[in-house]
Design a protein around this ligand. Structure first.
Ligand SMILES: NC(=O)c1ccc[n+]([C@@H]2O[C@H](COP(=O)([O-])OP(=O)(O)OC[C@H]3O[C@@H](n4cnc5c(N)ncnc54)[C@H](O)[C@@H]3O)[C@@H](O)[C@H]2O)c1
Length: 324
């Protein structure tokens, strides 16, 4: 099977390339924006095309030669979407539209797995979202992802495209860009720097080890039903304060937590019912504590990977304030 992986130099995309490269021919297309890093996959064999998913001619050419497209390419950092939303609309909405058009017009037999997020549902105080729940995105990022999901579903209904959607919770693991909470906390803790936490630290996220997400995508790619949405989560719900405290405890560090002004529109809790994906035969394999230990160990042992990325993006506590 030949798979076109868009955004394959980013965090999850590169882990997916690693996950799949023994069982598929992989072509990566990536615009090499700030979250990308060729070092993530430098030891692997794959074909690389530098390009933008908004480029119809390019996408048509690539889609013609593939059996499946897995679309990771997106602008992904909520804080950045608050300070400058436009690029999120371009990559996440126009980009997904361009992929859909490329499949429709150039290779309608190609399978599409569109990688979405739990953030499209908005937050929930109690209980968990199911796949057919209403979408109430809170940030420009999640609104752009929700828009893309609706386009995918419309292309399935109108043009019978062979597409499926996955909506996953927060991922963690190796190769995550240091502006995201877990790598940022680990890297700052190494230098005994304060670790900023928004508001009161009570916001709850479900944390899934990236390999479990990649295996779920593989399962949905092979066995998911056309036009269906699959929630992916681990059930490990933690407040941000619990998460950072767990990192500090594993690293044997003192309390470095510093509460900072809350993010505008900050969702309180995400929670997914992922039983539908489990029915495909998938289940998360990594326990949170073990996965977190493994992740910390990886960042401690791979300073070469993150050292040159550790500039003001991770040192500044509230990036959205820069341009507000
Ligand atoms: N990180 C998470 O916890 C999480 C959770 C659920 C869903 N997701 C989704 O998974 C996908 C990947 O997330 P990630 O954390 O790996 O992001 P990332 O920011 O690490 O990687 C995104 C990649 O997409 C590329 N890209 C961006 N715009 C592009 C464009 N227009 N054309 C081509 N390439 C482009 C970037 O260069 C980068 O390599 C995203 O769609 C995101 O919404 C992420």
């Amino acid at each position: 099977m030949k798979i076109l992986v868009t955004g394959g130099l980013g965090f999850i995309g590169s882990n997916f390339v690693r996950h799949m490269h023994d069982s598929a021919d992989i072509v990566v297309v990536d615009a090499q924006k700030y979250g990308s890093n060729p070092a993530n996959v430098k030891d692997l064999e794959y074909e690389f095309v530098k390009g933008d998913i908004c480029d119809y001619e390019l996408m048509c050419k690539l889609v013609k030669e593939t059996d499946a497209v897995v679309n990771f390419a997106a602008e992904t950092h909520v804080d950045r979407s608050i300070s400058s939303p436009y690029s999120f609309i371009v990559s996440n909405v126009n980009g997904t539209y361009t992929i859909l058009e490329a499949i429709r017009t150039c290779n309608p037999r190609a399978r599409l797995v569109h990688i979405s997020t739990d953030e499209v549902y908005g937050d929930i105080e109690e209980g968990s979202f199911k796949e057919d729940d209403i979408l109430r995105p809170s940030s420009p990022y999640s609104a752009s992802k929700a828009s893309a999901d609706l386009l995918v579903l419309a292309y399935v209904r109108t043009y019978a495209l062979n597409a499926v959607i996955t909506r996953c919770t927060n991922n963690y693991g190796r190769y995550q860009f240091p502006e995201k909470l877990i790598p940022k906390a680990i890297i700052r803790a190494i230098s005994n720097m304060k670790i900023p936490i928004y508001g009161t630290g009570k916001n709850v996220r479900d944390w899934i080890f990236v390999d479990d997400h990649c295996e779920a995508i593989k399962m949905v790619l092979n066995n998911g039903d056309k036009g269906e949405i699959y929630n992916v989560a681990s059930g490990a719900e933690k407040t941000n304060l619990e998460l950072v405290s767990a990192i500090l405890a594993i690293m044997d560090k003192p309390d470095l937590v510093e509460f900072v002004a809350d993010r505008p529109g900050h969702d309180l809790r995400y929670s997914l019912d992922y039983s539908k994906t489990m029915e495909l035969g998938w289940k998360p394999q990594h326990k949170f504590e073990k996965g977190l230990e493994e992740t910390i160990e990886w960042y401690l042992s791979n300073e070469w990977w993150w050292n040159f990325l550790a500039d003001d993006k991770i040192l500044h506590p509230t990036p959205w304030k820069l341009e507000w």
